[in-house]
Design a binder for this molecule. Structure first.
Ligand code: URA
Length: 209
């Protein structure tokens, strides 16, 4: 049985071998993700930028420096968490990732989540938010943890947005405190409400009446 670290390495090798994925030809190198394979907190950003592409590591530019400080502000170290992105190769000129690019890299991100099995996924920015909550708007849901299947997702603004706006910076700092609360008491995050629409009721249940 492979360790979590070995399983992650195997997925990374598979990704490297998959040379016809979108963006692969134009980027310097893949940025798979890094950190503790047993992390309780998994951060998911958007895509590698200039510095990430150069160094092959996620969040190592200005947004990354801010992310490091925010992680430390809640008493954690970068090495204790895991950090990755929705898309694993830098889009040209740092443009937003396209739907086909997000889709192409999704199986690798899904594997990372399955292997790490974090207590909390923190989505940074709208692309990772919309992976879990396709119709949610970040301005409405940031800092509000929700259960999506068996994962607690806590949406947050992207650190790069916080570097551009004082109001977003304040919101992001405050939202980070929620991570600590959820880690202490995951039960504070309620289950999603039960389905009420008739078509969603299990038909076998109806035979009881
Ligand atoms: N922005 C991201 O979304 N990811 C990175 O790795 C760096 C900047």
């Amino acid at each position: 049985m492979l360790s979590k670290q070995e399983q992650l390495k195997k997925i990374e090798e598979e990704l490297k071998a998959h040379k016809d994925l979108p963006l692969m030809k134009g980027c310097t190198q893949l940025v798979f993700g890094e950190g503790n394979s047993d992390a309780e907190v998994l951060f998911i950003g958007e895509a590698p930028g200039f510095w990430e592409d150069l160094k092959g590591r996620p969040f190592v530019g200005n947004a990354g420096k801010l992310l490091d400080k925010l992680i430390e502000s809640i008493g954690l170290k970068r090495e204790e968490v895991y950090i990755t992105n929705v898309v694993k190769c830098r889009p040209p000129e740092n443009r937003d990732p396209l739907p086909n690019e997000i889709e192409a890299y999704a199986p690798y991100l899904n594997h990372q989540i399955e292997i790490i099995r974090p207590k909390i996924v923190v989505t940074l920015g709208r692309y990772s938010l919309n992976k879990f909550l396709p119709n949610a708007r970040i301005s409405e849901v940031h800092g509000r943890p929700v259960r999506v299947g068996d994962i607690i997702v806590t949406p947050m603004y992207h650190p790069a947005a916080a570097l551009r706006s004082g109001a977003v910076m304040e919101a992001l700092k405050e939202d980070f405190l929620v991570i600590r609360e959820v880690l202490k008491n995951p039960a504070m995050v309620s289950e999603p409400s039960r389905p009420t629409k008739e078509k969603e009721i299990d038909p076998n249940q109806l035979t009881l009446f």
